[in-house]
Design a protein around this ligand. Sequence first.
Ligand code: KG4
Ligand code: ZN
Length: 335
Amino acid sequence: MDKLILAIESSCDETAASVVKNGREALSNVISSQIDIHKKYGGVVPEIASRNHVLNICGVVSEALEAADKTFDDIDAIAVTYGPGLVGALLVGVSHAKALSAALSKPLIAVNHIHGHIAANYIAHKDLEPPFVCLVASGGHSHIVYVKDYTEFEILGRTRDDAAGEAFDKIARVLGLGYPGGPKIEKLAKEGNPKAVSFPQVKFEDNCFDFSFSGVKTAVINYIHKLEQKGEEYNKADIAASFQYAVTQALTAHTINAAKTKNTKKIVLAGGVSANTALRDSFDAAAKENNFDFYCPPLILCTDNAAMIGSAAFYKMQKGEFAGADLNAVANLKL
Ligand code: KG4
Ligand code: ZN
């Protein structure tokens, strides 16, 4: 029998709801973004995000049911992101999901946001099955994950400081491009030369696949400051392209090297930064060179959405992993 999950996501600045069938098909995928509200502050303001989630969540959930042509009666379980993320923002989704679960007497499934990003690929690629190695690169996370099974993970590498998306956002701010930085850097980088400036790429000891992006960020800032002090002009497009090149090279090389240590020929991209065309192209090229199959979600499933949460929840449901009424938001939840 088909299983329908109503999923809710509110960990950052998107209020999202989706109806997902059997973990693989998004019957609806409603996303209410707050980007326009936060961009005047140069980043997400947590308190404002929480308040807007409260305003949006009922409408977004109704819209998701309507777009899927379903009612609450058709739904088998309610899923929600309970971390990691902004605690106040998460609490809005968690409280809403708990209330729905109690009022409708439907089971509740608690989903880790990072697990959700990985699962976006199950919706995009109906034939994709674990095991595979996945790079999850977003505003808050840069993890290389060995996905052993639908609900079993091993972290092969992680950032030791800034997340990749955070670095994109910070450099965009320095270049005066605004928020969110990733898409703005990507657009400007198209007009620049990625080899114009050689920004450093940190490598730790052998067989360590961890990242560090604070070094490249500082190098870009120092490069700009030095030229400004000398009163010299600098080419923003070249800087954006060179910065993007340094980051995407590190992400690609570490993921491929990590994947070579595991018994799989599949590499997968996930998270907001995987919307970046230069990163997708570099993964595609590296995969071909090293005989890996490469998977990544369409853009709409790269950034935050609830369809990915519904997919991850389906596999938890199959294992009987349900949450109780005592479910709480966990801001620093680990995978
Ligand atoms: O996954 P996501 O929507 O939210 C988090 O879980 O953090 O990721 C948002 C991040 C932001 O840092 C944004 O700048 C970055 O993803 N991003 C991009 C692109 N689109 C979004 N970074 C690089 N290139 C892009 N095209
Ligand atoms: Zn995310």
